[in-house]
Design a protein around this ligand. Structure first.
Ligand SMILES: Cc1ncc(C[n+]2csc(CCOP(=O)(O)OP(=O)(O)O)c2C)c(N)n1
Length: 624
């Protein structure tokens, strides 16, 4: 290849959708990018943090994140924020009015739907936000499109004076593909121009902007009919024609390579007339969309005859075999004649429930709370500590949404039933979750003097999403020093009595147990901050491993109640006691290569059979 040809070759990179979004955002000249972590969107901001010429920062929650982006856009900077689907429930208050006010610098929001719910509390279709907030929705089908659509989204945002939503799904976020990338454009920001009629959304001003919004709907619809983001592809077999968007497009192409396809990239407003024209050339029109029947309903409302969710699942992904089988049933074929579904490999694996890490400080908290199981109810929240709901702890009773532990705890106190009268109530929440939306719950708990003990599990990290820094650990997105919240002082500032606020080391079981028992009966709001770093972060320092003296272990199995994955059962027996009561006995050993010496189990060992291991006798894993 000669030098000129080489120079004009696009640079190609192998990128996940999240990485491609970050690259597109950077190339679009964005100056401010924000997010709160949330699978499957988390890495977008982490990648953005690798570009020095963008202000990229973690926000305490998605609403603040969107507001920061809005402020930057008002000054004329291009601005971006990313969130998982449930994040928009939090940010929606800002979104629903910002759509009236409009933008100056392009404002793009990437929302990642966890289709199939690999790591979320629910499944939502974020394309509804386009309908609800009168905004354009772009739906990439792969990394290349994620990159190019996000760049186009900034132009559309400025052209139509509104935020633009790029709807991602888990598959698009995490699957890698080749992306032809370019260079960063510079995008100057003119600065803020005061304009109360646009930026001060009191009723008198907001009312006047309603018609602008409705006019914009019409302009956007006309745009949708002619944009190259929406297009049809001819096929050689016109019996079925498919209308599809996002990752479902690839599945349709794989299952029906000969069928005509209408691919929607700009999915709201929908290009109804263009699809009507496409429908005229095919036998049966089938809509394949993840997850809700939005396109389908709009086409039906426009009088088109459409097959959709009556045939296809309205939850989860729509892989090729699901599509093929659905079309077989449409043709009246039996399911035996249809292609057999490919079972995910995971079905063939030995079932292994999720568990906490070796030495995780949450182990100590849930071991302690499990001792009080019969005497307390546990309002929980979302994070690694939600695992406390499972075996062997069974010490977390609720998990609804981020920050809910405190409100639900107060509600449990106010609405006590007969069986709860004498029970303690705990609200259990992680540091990041507390900062996200837990603070207001504590405010309410204090204001209404709830008889609840709040446990803030401060592991100095947003553990569940990969250990990101947060406003409580003194480091920013790029690992630079930042101010940090003092949880105990914050609780006191919110009105919790100083003597009812405790900071304890969860590895110190006797102190933790004593504090928890004491506050459980306190009858006023109390706060226990259980402070120890997450074992997967650089703040954690491993100590020497432990070992079990097999001659001393008496099978009491107390240590198994800690739930540490480094403790392995070597032998089990059922002992029949007086009156025929059966007791399970288990003899254990500690996997020294995994143990990091937190000593939680050692403190539960009845026969004193655990001790620091003799390191000279440990066989390295590679040799064993
Ligand atoms: C509205 C919303 N945003 C983001 C998430 C993703 N998410 C779940 S738990 C969590 C944070 C957990 O961190 P922390 O509270 O510190 O607990 P840890 O996992 O460290 O124990 C996040 C970001 C979510 N489920 N909902």
């Amino acid at each position: 290849m000669n030098a000129i040809a080489e120079a004009i070759q696009p640079v190609r990179r192998f990128m996940s959708g999240n990485e491609a979004i970050a690259r597109g955002v950077w190339e679009a000249g964005v100056r401010v990018a924000t997010a709160y972590p949330g699978t499957p969107a988390t890495e977008i901001l982490e990648y953005l943090g690798t570009y020095d010429d963008i202000h990229a920062n973690w926000s305490p929650n998605e609403k603040v994140s969107l507001e920061v982006a809005i402020g930057a856009s008002m000054c004329g900077s291009r601005a971006f924020c990313a969130m998982k689907h449930v994040g928009m429930n939090v940010a929606a208050d800002a979104l629903m009015t910002q759509t009236l006010a409009g933008v100056v610098g392009g404002l793009v929001i990437a929302i990642a739907d966890d289709v199939g719910m690999s790591s979320s509390q629910n499944e939502q279709d974020s394309r509804y936000w386009g309908r609800f907030a009168h905004l354009p929705i772009l739906e990439p089908a792969d990394s290349q499109e994620a990159y190019s659509m996000v760049m186009q989204a900034f132009e559309l945002s400025e052209q139509f004076d509104c935020p633009v939503i790029v709807r991602m799904t888990t598959r698009i976020c995490h699957v890698k593909g080749v992306v032809a990338v370019g260079e960063r454009q510079t995008h100057a920001a003119a600065g803020f121009t005061p304009n109360p009629a646009q930026w001060v959304m009191v009723p008198g001003n907001a009312k006047k902007r309603l018609h602008i919004q409705h006019q914009r709907d019409l302009t956007l619809r006309a745009f949708s009919e002619k944009t190259s983001l929406n297009y049809s592809q001819a096929g050689s077999d016109n019996q079925y024609g498919f209308v599809t968007s996002g990752p479902a497009y690839n599945h349709v192409k794989e299952a029906f390579p000969d069928a005509p396809v209408y691919k929607i990239g700009f999915s709201h407003p929908l290009p109804v007339e263009s699809i009507r024209a496409f429908a005229g050339g095919v036998g049966t029109l089938v809509v394949v969309e993840e997850t809700e029947p939005l396109i389908e309903m709009e086409l039906k409302a426009a009088g088109l005859s459409v097959v959709g969710k009556d045939l296809l699942p309205a939850t989860g992904e729509l892989p090729p075999e699901v599509l093929s089988r659905a079309i077989c049933t449409l043709q009246g074929e039996t399911l035996e004649q249809a292609p057999q579904p490919v079972l995910p490999a995971v079905e063939a694996l030995f079932p292994r429930p999720p568990t906490m890490c070796v030495s995780c400080p949450h182990l100590a908290v849930f071991y302690t709370l499990s001792r009080l199981r019969k005497r307390a109810n546990f309002a929980g929240d979302i994070g690694c500590y939600t695992l406390g709901a499972g075996q062997p702890w069974n010490a977390l009773d609720t998990c609804i949404c981020m920050g809910s532990a405190l409100g639900i705890g107060l509600g449990m106190d106010l609405g006590r039933g007969e069986s709860d009268q004498d029970k303690g109530i705990f609200s259990i929440i992680g540091d990041s979750t507390f900062l996200h939306l837990g603070i207001q719950g504590l405010l309410d708990l204090v204001y209404n003097q709830g008889n609840v003990t709040v446990m803030i599990l401060d592991n100095s990290a947003t553990g569940m999403t990969g250990g990101q820094n947060n406003h409580g650990n003194g480091k920013d997105l790029r690992g630079k020093q930042a101010p940090k919240v003092d949880f105990a002082e914050l609780a006191i500032a919110l009105g919790v009595a100083r003597e009812r606020v405790h900071v304890v080391d969860p590895y110190d079981l006797p102190v933790l147990y004593k504090t928890v028992k004491q506050e459980m009966v306190a009858s006023v709001p109390s706060v226990i901050v259980a402070k120890r770093p997450c074992v997967l972060t650089e703040r954690f320092t491993a100590r020497r491993p432990l070992m079990v003296d097999a001659d001393k272990c008496n099978g009491c199995a107390n240590c198994l109640s800690v739930g540490c994955p480094a403790i392995l059962v070597t032998h089990r027996e059922t002992e029949v006691r007086k009156g025929g009561r059966e007791v399970m006995k288990a003899w254990v050993r500690i996997e020294s290569a995994a143990c990091t010496g937190c000593d939680i189990c050692l403190q539960t060992c009845g026969p004193d059979a655990m001790a620091p291991a003799d390191l000279s006798k440990i066989t390295p894993i590679a040799d064993s």
